[in-house]
Design a protein. Sequence first.
Length: 452
Amino acid sequence: MTNTTRARLRLRRLDLARAVDDPDVAALRARLVRRSAVPDDRIRAAVREILAGLRADPDRGVRQANERFGGGLPDGRLLLDRATLTQARDALPGEVRVALEAAAANVRRFAETQRPSSSTIEVQPGVSIERRWQPLERVGCYVPGGGAAYPSTLVMTVVPARVAGVGVVVVASPAGADGRLDPVLLGAAGLLEVDAFIVAGGAQAIGALAFGLPGAGIAPVDRIVGPGNAWVTAAKLELAGEVGIDLPAGPSEGLVLVDRGADPDRAAADLLTQAEHGPDSPAILVTAEPDLVEPIETAILGRLKRAGQREVLERALADHGWIVVAPDLDSALAFINDYAPEHLSIDVEDLEPTVARIRNAGSVFVGPWAPESAGDYATGANHVLPTGGLARSSGALSVEAYGKYLQVQRITRDGLEALLPTIRALAEAEGLLAHRDAAEVRFERSTDEAGR
């Protein structure tokens, strides 16, 4: 590799020690940590226009958008029938089917520990409140595609829906540039017996899930889950008032925290794993050991020479790769918690005490034997995770996203009588006298009527 290439791929540096006294470095730190998963206004405006074209006639609008932007089938069909998915399942190579079944089994085991339960509490005599778990009737799972296929994401979005007890699961995913769908993705859909498979991508796919496809017999879903690009994210945000969404998702991102006990080649491999998600994926090394930086960069360059996705990796590292050097572990952890990464790999000597200090991250990979790829494919932890700093307030996709709680309130005559002074005083303070009257009128009737 030439010196020019080496210089071009040298990861940018952030020295946290300088952030204390240098306003420019402090501002750079702030820009890194206070990013957003929300697409820019230009994409949101374009998505708004696409969705407006779908609203009146979703079937026609999705076909037109597929023709314009890609992601559709050559014959214009929007829906794959169950027989097609079953055939794809039966055609899966043996080792791939075994792998999909193993991944789904682990996701199911973990998801079953998340299944919510209903509860009832008597807050005072005669006043009880039930919190009843209710699975959603219809959920849409978006699975990215086009340039690559992600059957693992189909597993991650569909299996928790089944565990939650969702009535109907609809998958939407685009065809590739050649108009074909990945056979493993279709096989996974057949294996998990999804109820419908819409062939569309981007904003039009989210519109199809939200508005339904009346001509194809597909009703609107109640919530849309799953990752996607800026167009998918913008569409979810535009429709959030009409359909439930999990959360907006930006480019995949990862941080790797290492100290003097870490192996440089292993750290390099973890950074490249993250960069492989796409050319816009941040891959950030964080360390309080400056002497580790050069060996890790050398290992990255060595791995790039034989990488299968070299162009993607180089673009991601050149545009979004960083090395953050901290004066000590406390500063490193403060940066990590402020950044709130989607993925965080930790390979330090004082391992569990360090992990215990992590507050904000989508998924944490602990120790030298926990590569991010294990979580992406096999452990059973969900790989649909918050990005763009949303891990400060949100967690991984889980069973809870596929349902809701109903509040059921039961009040006896004695219970309402005990509540009446509180209702009267607060209703009068707010000037909502009809609220007061609705409680008091019940005691103006006969005892028999009020007790019904």
